[in-house]
Structures are given as structure tokens and as C-alpha cells.
Design a protein around this ligand. Structure first.
Ligand code: PMP
Length: 437
């Protein structure tokens, strides 16, 4: 039996009309239930209109010209940078003769993956030596693992992992052993994209700093869903993507502390990142342009600014509270279906992400996702770019339901009903039913 829930602090029905795609049907008349937000969110009309407006009225390249459109797009693009700065509470810089930019610590990239690779290449190659250690966790997304493995291959460093409890929490007591004099960098996600675990990043950062290490926070799954304050966190680097937070794909953010960014060599070379090029060589531009070689994601950045406005109007605290309710209800619903194993901690330790498998191994994650699709329910199945994490829990794939501000408790109940039907359905029968259509 389900326990009664308190009234939701945020009414998702208020926001749903802003998202055109949520009104569509799938499979002839079945309403879409979009529970794949950890992969990518949907966009409200306000964000789509910001993109259209930029293309229809203001589009030109940035930082290139003095004509009217050029000035307008510069203002929109740099305005977006300032919006991101405030969103993560990065410091505002005083402009001076050497650098007129007032937002020097926010770099636009193509996404979290690009941001992390930038740090691994630029900071990593300059600072990591043979025998040095890079500390990650067993729950990291491949985007926060592979760049460090590549760095280790290039430099002769060693990658170590913070292990997990069977509940999907970090074993923090291992930090005493794992943080050593050789640890140069700790790279940790604020929220796991599979377990949903909210990691104690502030404590990890404090302890890493005590050990003399620099910390990168992968905020791909946290920045869209809870307030981010890089100064309170005291992280050295922070990475996230626009497409998971109501913005467009193709734009992401790297925040870095100014002294670190200033000391780092440019990651990519090209137009836009130089102050002078001669036949002998080049001098890089000041921050943040130094790290934005080539034409940046101009319109996606402008639309990300509109997404931040939207999130700000709803309120990130309210979004986080709403997702806690959805997660709590999902756990209750899955328990009442029975036969399911949730991979990850209890709801009080997690954000709006719930991954699970049928404990018997049948139906498989792939079959479950295909079955749910008949009910209009979009979930993700597979390893979600976390193969080591899946190995840790002895499964090759999980089914993941992940939420956002527009998801409703009724949608969670629908997920429960569809899973109960999947459990009842003879395995071969429902597969062939799915195939026959
Ligand atoms: N880190 C985490 C925790 C993620 O969930 C993702 C996206 N699934 C990424 C990094 C990479 O983000 P992107 O693909 O937008 O670069």
C-alpha cells in the first residue's frame, strides 16, 4: 500500500503547457510520459523562442565585427555568460586594462564532456607527472573517467577509485587511504546519473584540499536540479551541459578558479583565442576567450540563458523538493510491484533518478523499456555510460526513470501500472506483441 504523500510544493501542471512536446501522443493516442530527463530534458517554448528570435533578428558571429548585428549578438552571448555566472554564483571580476571581461571564470564549451576533457588536457598535461594519482569514484559517467584514463596514459599517472557501499553511497572512510601526497586531482560527480546518489561534494572538496589536490565537480546531473554555488562549494572546476537543464544541445559550461585558468595553456588553437599571431608563434587571449577557440555555440548559449531564466522563475529549491516527492513515490510504487531490485540508495540520499532491474533478470532491461514504450513511457535502458558502476552491482544494464519539474505523481503511478503489467505478461508474449505492431 502506498503511504500518503504531502501536497507537492510545485504544481507541474502549471508548467506542462510550456513544453509543446509533452502534449504529443505516441503509438496512436497514447500520451507521452517522458521519464528520460537524465539523458536530456525537454525545452519550454520560452527557450525555443529565444533560439528563433536570435536566429531571426540578431544572428551574426560573436567578437568579430562592429556592425549592428555583431554588437547585438555580442551583447546576447556575453549576457548569457553573465547569466551562467550568477546561476552558479561564480565571482564577478573587476575589468582592467589587461582584461576587460567581468566574467572570466565561465567558459562556454559544447557540453560537460568537452569541459572535462578541456581540464584533463590543459590542466592535466601541465600538472600531472608519472606516479601522480587521480582520484575518481566507481560511480562516474564515462565522461568523467575516460579523460582521466587518457591523461594517465599520456603522463604515467595512476587512476584510483573511491569505492561504493552496496547501497550506492560513496565509502568516504576510504578517503583516508586514497588521498595521498601524490593525489593531484579528485574528479567526482555531484549526483550520479544512475544511482541518483547526491554526493557530499563539500566534504570531499575540503578533504581533497587538505591533501593538496584540486577538485573537479561533474555537475551534469546536479546543476539542472538543485542550486549550485561554486564559491560555497569551493570547487576548483565545475562542468555541466545545457541540454539537461531545458537548454539546447551543443552548449556546456566549464567553471574554473581564475588563478588555475590563467595558469593553464589553451586547450585548442584557432581564431578567437589569440591576442597576437606572428610568423614565429602566438600569444593567447585573456580569459575566457583563451579557451573558446573558433566560433562558439552562439545561439545555444543565448538559449541557455533563457533556460536559466525559466529555472530561476520556477526555483531550483522547489524543483529539488518536487523531484524528491517523485523519487519517494517511485520507490513506493516499485516496491508494490514486487520482484524489482532498485540499484541505488534510499530516496533521502538521492535526486530524481531511480534505476532498477527485475531481480530474476527477466524480463531484461531492454525488454522492459520496449514494453514501457507501448504505454508511452520513455525510460532509458543500458549501462548509461557507467560500465564500471554496473559491474560493481553485478548487472549489465538497468532501467532508469529520471524526472524533472514537469513530471507528475500520476506519471509515476502509470510507470508502476505498466511495470506490474510487464511482470504479469509472459515474457515471449509481450515481446511478440511489441514486434507485431
Ligand atoms: N556526466 C554525467 C554525470 C552525465 O550524466 C553526463 C550525460 N549523461 C555527462 C557527464 C556528459 O554530458 P554530455 O553528454 O552532455 O557531455
Amino acid at each position: 500500500m502506498r503511504t500518503p504523500c504531502a501536497a507537492p510544493p510545485l504544481d507541474p501542471e502549471r508548467f506542462r503547457p510550456d513544453f509543446p512536446i509533452l502534449g504529443r501522443m505516441v503509438h496512436e493516442g497514447v500520451p507521452l510520459v517522458y521519464l528520460d530527463n537524465a539523458a536530456t530534458s525537454q525545452r519550454p517554448r520560452q527557450v525555443i523562442e529565444a533560439m528563433t528570435d536570435a536566429y531571426e533578428r540578431h544572428y551574426a558571429n560573436v567578437h568579430r565585427g562592429i556592425h549592428t548585428l555583431s554588437a547585438e549578438i555580442d551583447e546576447l552571448y556575453e549576457g548569457a555568460r553573465e547569466k551562467v555566472r550568477a546561476f552558479i554564483n561564480a565571482p564577478r571580476d573587476a575589468s582592467n586594462d589587461d582584461n576587460p571581461a567581468t566574467t572570466q571564470e565561465v567558459i562556454f564549451t559544447s557540453g560537460a564532456t568537452h569541459s572535462i576533457n578541456l581540464v584533463a588536457r590543459s590542466w592535466g598535461d601541465a600538472n600531472v607527472r608519472p606516479g601522480d594519482e587521480i582520484l575518481v569514484t566507481e560511480m562516474e559517467h564515462h565522461s568523467n573517467l575516460v579523460p582521466w584514463y587518457q591523461l594517465a596514459q599520456r603522463t604515467g599517472a595512476v587512476v584510483r577509485h573511491i569505492p561504493l557501499t552496496d547501497d550506492g553511497l560513496l565509502q568516504l572512510d576510504s578517503l583516508d587511504r586514497l588521498l595521498t601526497k601524490r593525489t593531484r586531482l579528485v574528479a567526482v560527480s555531484a549526483v550520479s546519473n544512475v544511482l541518483g546518489t547526491i554526493n557530499p561534494v563539500r566534504e570531499i572538496i575540503r578533504r581533497a584540499h587538505d591533501a593538496g589536490a584540486v577538485v573537479l565537480v561533474d555537475a551534469a546531473q546536479s546543476a539542472p536540479h538543485q542550486p549550485t554555488d561554486v564559491q560555497a562549494m569551493d570547487c576548483d572546476f565545475l562542468a555541466f551541459s545545457g541540454h539537461k537543464m531545458l537548454g539546447p544541445s551543443g552548449v556546456g559550461v566549464l567553471y574554473g578558479k581564475r588563478d588555475l585558468l590563467e595558469a593553464m595553456p589553451p586547450f585548442m588553437g584557432g581564431g578567437g583565442m589569440i591576442s597576437e599571431v606572428t610568423l614565429e608563434g602566438f600569444r593567447p587571449l585573456y580569459l575566457p576567450g583563451k579557451f573558446e577557440a573558433g566560433t562558439p555555440p552562439i545561439v545555444p548559449a543565448v538559449a541557455l540563458s533563457a533556460a536559466i531564466d525559466y529555472l530561476g522563475a520556477v526555483g531550483l529549491e522547489a524543483i529539488a523538493a518536487h523531484e524528491r516527492l517523485l523519487t519517494q513515490r517511485t520507490h513506493e510504487v516499485l516496491e508494490s510491484v514486487g520482484g524489482l531490485r532498485i540499484i541505488g540508495p534510499a530516496p533521502e540520499h538521492k535526486a530524481g533518478i531511480v534505476s532498477f532491474v527485475f531481480a530474476s533478470g527477466r524480463p531484461s532491461g531492454h525488454d522492459v523499456a520496449q514494453f514501457l514504450d507501448r504505454y508511452g513511457i520513455a525510460v532509458r535502458t543500458g549501462h548509461h555510460c557507467t560500465m564500471p558502476l554496473h559491474k560493481r552491482f553485478g548487472v549489465s544494464a538497468t532501467v532508469r526513470a529520471s524526472f524533472y519539474l514537469y513530471n507528475t505523481l500520476a506519471e509515476v503511478d502509470k510507470l508502476g501500472e505498466a511495470l506490474a503489467a510487464a511482470k504479469r505478461a509472459p515474457f515471449s508474449a509481450f515481446l511478440s506483441a511489441a514486434r507485431s505492431e
